[in-house]
Write a protein that binds this ligand. Sequence first.
Ligand code: UGA
Length: 432
Amino acid sequence: MKLCMIGTGYVGLVSGVCFSDLGNTVYCVDKNKEKIKLLNNGKIPIYEPGLEEILKKNFRQKRLIFTTDLKKAVQNSDIIFICVGTPTKKNSNSADLKYVYQVTYELKKYIQKYKIVITKSTVPVSTGDKIDKILNSKKNKKLIDVVSNPEFLREGEAIRDFVYPDRVVIGTDSNKANKILKSLYLPIIKKTSRYFNTSRRGAELIKYASNAFLATKITYINELANLCEKTGVDVKDISFGMGLDQRIGERFLRAGPAYGGSCFPKDTKALVDIGNNFKTNLSIVKKVIKSNDNRKLLLTNRIKKILKNKLKNKSITFLGVTFKPNTDDMRESSSLYMIPNLHNKGAKIRYFDPSGYKKEFEKFKNVKFCNDIQSACNKTDLIIIHTEWNEFKLLNFKKIVKKKKFIIYDMRNIYSSAKMKKNRIKYFCIGR
Ligand code: UGA
């Protein structure tokens, strides 16, 4: 099939590259000329393991076309995916749909024969109705099927999530569109996943409901971790014991810092806003947002307590600053709260992250990026394992710190408390 992905961010680029790998011809369009130039040179503007290889292969085979020419891409395609960003609006909780509507009005100019237009971007319930109204004016009634097909990819695992999805959700009541999309997804549905056709509004809501539920699960286990710390129980056992119940499931029950990233914080807020628009109080989601915000403060205070509230000139090392491993994404990472806070209390901070230097910290005089784990940890007072990159899982701390007394605060529960005790290293973790 001939596809057009509008927007070459995470969703558009990963989906576009993976669709081309299934044998489709895919036009990836972006307004940003620099990005398109980069892509045409075989370089990817995001950090996603494995993506570059698949991109290069399909680019060579001419199944992937990177362009700024939206008109040509649309006219040459049968299915058009809107994959532009829907960030949180300034001073509000709602999703900003300006890019979605900009694209919609452009599509209206270029579409002259039957096409399927899909929102893959996360959009509030009823956005599809509005897009439909704009595209299918009286003149060209039923020319375009507007479908919702939300994306469930995780950053850092995006390719695997595309190839082995748990489900493909298609929101449309058009039999024609549904049939075409089923055949588009057939190669991956055959493996393990379910193809689920529902209403357009239903599909839009499934996306928000899923992300808010996962955020709830994380927040829930994080609060229980606080209780575990007070009761001498290991939160890992709680997650495991709970997860054995198939109704609960073991995944997304890893206690840690506040959840972050480009999705959960944005989507939980937007869901509350959607609820307000439809006069529905989503009180649980509201509490999740609050609890997660509190967690940033709670763990920062815990760091201070570990250092007996004497932060002046203390050397603190952050191992990992991104919101999770295998991404360079800093959006809503809890380190963005912790590091400035500790710095302002007089601490000297060094950090190492496998995804490199972060401009977010450049304005802080005493926050320094180190090129490797050793130089970040050398003679430090406190090591904070903030992100669970594989590189941090088998470290010989005594060897790299080269100092008698230092403390480790393992926010991802990577190491064993017992082994640390045996090695006489002062070790703190989460919910244990
Ligand atoms: C999330 C969803 O998992 C995807 O299904 C969805 O498609 C995506 O949002 C999106 O809406 O685009 P992502 O934000 O990439 O994916 O990252 P996750 O792996 O879900 O992690 C989010 C946050 O939760 C991270 O800060 C992570 O450290 C935290 N987390 C996750 C925990 O603290 N504990 C867990 O058990 C799992």
